[in-house]
Design a protein around this ligand. Structure first.
Ligand SMILES: C[S@@+](CC[C@H](N)C(=O)[O-])C[C@H]1O[C@@H](n2cnc3c(N)ncnc32)[C@H](O)[C@@H]1O
Ligand code: SF4
Length: 474
């Protein structure tokens, strides 16, 4: 029934005969990486925007160029920028151009940075053409520029500083430099807060940016409202649901690429109301699948922006949450160790030590497709999907690995929707469940493993689906 499906997994081509009906699949080598790393090269700013969530410490710290040169050794370990925030934030929460060594720091970013590095600036510091050329000629992938108003009075009111003339002049210089430059220029993207103060001006601002710059996108966002922030001013600036909808409609019809993160005052109030009663009312007893699901989702949350590098050369990871001095004589080693820690933690989150239900297993028809089987220094990762029977509970899944010399392991899976296979299973009138799991390498003793999926069904049985090929790991 499923013979018409071509497995996407490329390494199946290397198959060898195992037995009459079994083939080997081999893992593809993949390097470990941080999805996104967050850094700041100082802890201050030359403005005090009314909407800003940043906290400005009286004790000003500026990263020096020697420290940056060491820390940038993290770059090969960071995933490429591809929108959505992946990559290395050279500066994120504060204003990088106030660092007196900013241009020298930028010059230390190696060529690889063109795929990975970015920062956000308010463009308010006094800059000449040389300064702007140095930014544009540096090895960065993306330059984010904040733009809230092109009206001096509004600009000054919002930023609480008198920087409009410098801002306008820098924008003009930037336009000149970008338009005159031949060859590579970093992508340019603008970010505007949507506030009552600037809502009537917003479409003109967006027009201005797309008209004057080869802008990749324009992001429009409302201020984040978090319990730890002072939200009073921002709450007063949020639009009503109706006003927000009108704005979203306009933005949706805009011909340029707009990213939106817009919440109305009603959205905020509703989300406050939703969180509290729901959590209290549905206290259902959790089973081991639910507990594992929570554990896995926490670990997955850790992956994005796992590391935060501070301007004083310390580093905080989300697992330990304790600031550590980065050893500048062994920076690369240090970042690799941190990465191994992150990966180990992920592999350990899926281990199922308490699967003791082996006498309650019913064999099901195997329809399993594996489209990713990779091998990094810490674990093997298997991603695939299957078409199980109708009465299984899709998020109660355990994966069994059974080695050729009897080594046996059980793992929980992260369950994902696989809309990419919709067409197929609709045709077959079936349904699909996507799964991913990780097998810590140091725990696997055998060379070859049979993989099976054990789904819980409504009768509390485990329906077992055995994958048709053998995972060859050594
Ligand atoms: C914190 S700033 C740091 C970079 C730089 N100083 C700037 O303003 O461009 C980074 C981005 O966050 C935005 N931002 C500031 N306060 C915010 C808030 N409360 N909610 C969401 N975004 C905010 C800024 O507009 C800017 O685009
Ligand atoms: S310029 Fe950026 S960091 Fe500075 S106060 Fe404004 S939003 Fe915050």
């Amino acid at each position: 029934m499923f013979n018409n499906i071509k497995l996407k997994i490329s390494n199946l081509k290397n198959k060898q005969t195992y037995s009459k009906d079994k083939s080997f699949i081999f893992p593809e080598k993949q390097s470990m990486h941080y999805d996104a790393v967050n850094m700041d090269i100082n802890n201050t700013c030359n403005q005090r925007c009314r909407f800003c969530f940043s906290y400005f410490d009286k004790n000003k710290v500026y990263m020096d160029v020697e420290t940056f040169e060491k820390i940038i050794q993290i770059l090969p370990l960071v995933r490429d920028y591809q929108g959505g925030g992946y990559g290395l934030y050279i500066s994120c929460v504060f204003e990088p151009t106030v660092n007196p060594q900013f241009i020298e720091i930028l010059s230390k970013i190696p060529k690889e940075g063109k795929n990975k590095c970015f920062f956000t600036t308010n463009l308010v510091r006094a800059m000449d053409e040389e300064y702007i050329k140095a930014i544009i000629n540096s090895n960065i992938a993306l330059l984010n520029i904040s733009i809230e108003s092109l009206i001096p009075e509004t600009f000054h009111y919002l930023t609480q500083t008198k920087g409009f003339d410098k801002y306008k002049s820098n924008l003009q210089l930037l336009e000149k430099v970008v338009n005159e430059k031949e060859g590579y220029i970093p992508s340019i993207r603008f970010i505007s807060m949507l506030l009552k103060e600037n809502k009537d001006e917003l479409m003109d601002i967006i027009d201005f940016c797309f008209k004057h710059f080869p802008s990749e996108a324009h992001e429009v966002r409302t201020p984040m409202i978090r319990p730890m922030y002072d939200n009073e001013w921002n709450l007063n600036q949020l639009l009503s649901k109706e006003e927000a909808k009108e704005m979203v409609d306009k933005l949706n019809n805009y011909p340029g690429h707009i990213d939106m993160n817009i919440q109305s005052i009603e959205d905020i109030k509703e989300s406050d109301l939703k969180v509290i009663p729901q959590e209290k009312s549905c206290e259902v007893e959790k089973d081991h699948y639910d507990i594992a699901k929570e554990k896995i989702s926490i670990v997955q949350d850790y992956e994005y922006l796992f590391l935060r590098i501070e301007p004083n050369g310390t580093c905080i990871d989300k697992l330990t949450n304790v600031p550590e001095e980065i050893p500048l004589d062994k920076t690369e080693e240090y970042f690799i160790k941190k990465l191994e820690h992150l990966y180990k933690n992920k592999a350990q989150a899926v281990i199922c030590n308490n699967f003791d239900d082996i006498n309650n297993i019913v064999e099901g028809n195997p329809n399993i497709f594996i489209d990713k089987f990779v091998d990094n220094d810490i674990f093997f990762e298997v991603t695939g999907w299957c078409c199980p029977d109708r009465d299984i509970i899709s998020d109660k899944l355990i994966l069994e690995l059974y080695g050729n010399k009897g080594d046996k392991h059980y793992y929980y899976c992260s369950i994902k929707e696989r809309t990419d296979v919709d067409e197929f299973y609709n045709e077959e009138q079936g349904w699909s469940v996507g799964f991913t799991s990780y097998f810590e390498k140091s725990k696997l003793k055998d060379d070859e493993y049979v993989l099976s999926l054990l789904f819980r069904n409504s009768l509390n049985q485990n329906i077992k689906y055995e994958y048709e090929n053998i995972l060859k790991i050594k």
